[in-house]
Design a protein around this ligand. Structure first.
Ligand code: UDP
Length: 333
């Protein structure tokens, strides 16, 4: 298929783009390069530098190009930033998705895979979290992604688009030469590995008084390769006029302390940790019920072990200690 990948210079989009290319698809990447990296764009993909917030850009990218589907990753995705700057989040994540949907309708492109998030559920009443849990986002990030899900559902009904929204839990790991490089970095595993790289003295544990077995917050970590696999299956599975919503996680939870312990074993570094206050808005436990995605798509994780995720992230971090802009050899030159 000929596919447009928005946000294809980012961590998840660039890795899904690689897998699509490996499977023989033709990939065009649409990214404003504000938070993504030109170096993350796979060599075989054409890059259009454009912005989903600009309807002219989305219409120009899709119009007359013969695309058969869109994978929409372009978004802002930091909870804290979304609380301070909700306007940015609604403009990019909601207005951007609307621009894209309108451009798809105008261009006759009828297949969409959307990166949604478990943040739409907020503080769930029950864990593991099923797709039937009431969405009650606690911040503008989750609310903006939920609004985008609503938009997509309405466009499927009105225009016969075939869409799948994948609600990600915590994505980790790397795929070959592609990995995670955020500025600023807020995520647990990259922060831990930065200490192992000597880029910090210790990692902070945000909250040690949660109602969990060791008092630290529990999350469902999924390998980026397994997450990417689900996108390829979703693309094939999408049915005209239907909007399928699926949680995408392994169904296993790991605490912050468990993640740090595994990273100590993988890296051989002591990785000092110190307790810090809870991070506002962090729920104690987020774990996916993964039955629906397994049943609907036939998906199952090939790398469910945390060791594999951290080992792959560690290999990327060592090869790119300063992110994409400078490789290990360039950094030591
Ligand atoms: N966390 C932590 N120290 C850090 C970064 C994160 O203790 O330096 C905790 C965070 O409070 C949460 C978990 O690790 O409970 C996962 O956080 P992350 O930002 O990786 O993902 P999130 O679950 O917020 O999407």
């Amino acid at each position: 298929m000929k596919l447009l990948v928005t946000g294809g210079a980012g961590y998840i989009g660039s890795i899904v783009a690689r897998l699509l290319i490996e499977q023989g698809h033709e990939v065009v990447i649409f990214d404003n390069l504000e938070r993504g990296h030109r170096e993350a764009v796979p060599e075989q993909a054409r890059l259009i530098v454009g912005d989903v917030r600009n309807p002219e850009d989305t219409h120009a990218a899709l119009g007359g190009a013969g695309f058969e589907g869109v994978l929409h990753f372009a978004a802002l995705a930091l909870v804290g930033e979304s609380v301070d700057h909700p306007g940015r989040y609604y403009r990019t994540n909601v207005a951007g998705t609307l621009n894209l949907l309108e451009a798809m309708v105008a261009a006759g492109v009828a297949r969409l895979v959307f990166s949604s998030t478990c943040a739409v559920y907020g503080q769930p009443d029950e864990v593991p979290i099923a797709e039937t849990a009431p969405p009650r986002p606690q911040n503008a990030y989750g609310a903006s992604k939920l609004a985008a899900d609503h938009l997509i559902g309405d466009f499927c009904t009105a225009h016969g688009i075939a869409a799948v929204s994948l609600r990600y839990f915590n994505v980790a790991g790397a795929h070959g030469e592609a990995g995670e490089d955020h500025e600023p970095e807020t995520h647990l595993i990259p922060n831990i590995l930065n200490v192992a790289l000597g880029k910090g003295d210790s990692v902070r544990i945000f909250g040690s008084d949660y109602p969990t077995p060791d008092g630290t917050a529990v999350r469902d970590y999924i390998h980026i390769g397994d997450l990417a696999d689900a996108h390829l299956l979703a693309l094939r599975h999408a049915r005209a006029g239907e909007h399928l919503i699926l949680n995408l996680g392994n169904g296993n939870g790991f605490s912050v302390r468990e993640v740090i312990d595994v990273a100590r074993r993988v890296t051989g570094h002591p990785i000092p940790a110190r307790e810090a206050p809870r991070r506002p808005g962090d729920p104690p436990r987020l774990v996916a019920a993964s039955q629906r995605i397994r049943a609907e798509l036939g998906w199952s994780p090939r790398r469910p072990e945390l060791e594999t995720m951290i080992a792959d992230a560690w290999a990327f971090a060592q090869a790119h200690p300063h992110g994409y802009s400078r490789s290990a050899s360039a950094a030591s030159a």
